[in-house]
Design a protein. Structure first.
Length: 123
């Protein structure tokens, strides 16, 4: 089985550790964490990305603007991008649509639902 590479743009170390723990429940998922937009732009050009997860509020850029920059820098449109935010589900869905994301997850993450969604997006 080929590894699936997930780039998670998240400045909160606790949220990043939680995502790492969730992905470790499934063999074959490789998580890369970018703490800000600058790191995300660099990491997006360094290697394969099969799924982008992006927090809405980052220290140097908003999640909506960052997706536009990553796509312009060469992140293929075929790579699904999900907004990960603590906003309500309704607001998160609206923001995801407005900013060109393929979907969204709301924090706090439900582990079982997150794993099911990961499998769906990466199949």
């Amino acid at each position: 089985m080929k590894n699936a590479h997930v780039l998670y743009v998240e400045d909160d170390p606790v949220n990043a550790m939680l995502m790492q723990g969730i992905l470790e429940l499934r063999p074959g998922y490789v998580l890369k964490v970018a703490r800000n937009g600058t790191d995300a732009r660099r990491m997006a050009t360094e290697g394969p990305i099969d799924l982008l997860l992006c927090d809405l509020h980052l220290p140097d850029i908003g999640g909506g603007e960052l997706l536009t920059q990553l796509r312009a820098a060469g992140l293929p449109p075929s790579v699904p991008a999900l907004l990960v935010t603590a906003e309500s589900d309704y607001v998160a869905a609206q923001l995801a649509r407005e900013h060109g994301y393929d979907g969204h997850w709301t924090k706090p993450l439900d582990v079982a639902a997150t794993l099911r969604s990961l499998e769906r997006w990466l199949s």
